[in-house]
Design a protein around this ligand. Structure first.
Ligand SMILES: [Zn+2]
Length: 256
């Protein structure tokens, strides 16, 4: 069950800048770190990934043209990346490709990426960094974990931001009793509120990963698993599963 949630494609949504770059490096470290609680920050893979010098982490960004950066990330760059992704890693168990300003990929580049996302080489992971997720093809977006940006969400309901925050804090506590209590106290939410709650949790995860919000003490990997749980919550709601049952599942799955 846990492995199923380890995706090979992630989207980091947030404003350009150092905190987003650092969030991408932390996520890369989490994907490469062999420890029980990645990223440990201590091992060779973590240290190199955090410093931006890991041979299995490649950053794709706009290339230098004549005197200035090109406007777009071009298809040739993505083809080169996918060719490289087919080659075994140098040091770690995986290879990570960070695509900075992913929304700058032109349509051909996005389609080339889509092929890689549909049929990824077993050891390759992709991190798409973007300030404008709606600049990405829906087919690309839908293959990435974490898409919780407020601009695209439909419902914001009073009180849900606080409930989402309290849920993340309970998850960070690692205390099963606290998580159960937290989830059970939400069992009376309506379906609409539950959907808003799931969206708020994903927003908070996105904000924490990008350094906009304080982290209650969760690793990037755990944050992404919680975001994936919220994706499942939304799927359950679409299939008319009752909030009471959904929060029962969340109580059982949050700390796994
Ligand atoms: Zn490590």
């Amino acid at each position: 069950m846990a492995d199923k949630r380890l995706s090979h494609a992630y989207m980091l949504v947030g404003p350009e800048g150092r905190s987003r770059d650092e969030a991408a490096r932390r996520l890369a470290a989490a994907l490469l770190c062999p420890s029980e609680e990645p990223p440990c920050g201590q091992c060779r893979d973590c240290r190199k990934a955090l410093e931006g010098i890991h041979p299995d982490v490649t950053v794709i960004r706009r290339e230098q043209g004549d005197n200035q950066l090109r406007r777009e990330i071009r298809v040739g760059q993505i083809r080169q990346m996918t060719a490289d992704a087919a080659i075994a890693p140098n040091e770690a168990a995986r290879k990570v490709y960070i695509i900075d300003q992913a929304e700058r990929m032109n349509p051909q580049a996005q389609n080339a990426l889509l092929k890689a996302l549909e049929d990824p080489p077993g050891h390759a992971c992709f991190i798409l960094c973007t300030a404008a997720a709606d600049g990405l093809l829906e087919t690309v977006r839908s293959r990435c974990v974490l898409a919780g940006e407020p601009a695209l969400r439909q419902s914001r309901l009073p009180g849900m931001t606080e409930l989402a925050r309290a849920y993340l804090e309970a998850a960070a506590s690692g205390d099963m009793a606290e998580v159960t209590l937290c989830c059970m106290s939400r069992a009376k939410l309506t379906a609409e509120q539950t959907e808003a709650f799931a969206g708020e949790v994903k927003d908070a995860v996105s904000g924490i990963l990008c350094g906009r919000e304080a982290n209650p003490g969760l690793t990037p990997e755990r944050l992404l698993r919680l975001a994936a749980l919220m994706d499942e919550t939304e799927d359950y709601l679409r299939h008319n599963v009752q909030p009471r049952q959904i929060f029962g599942v969340l109580a059982a799955e949050t700390l796994r």
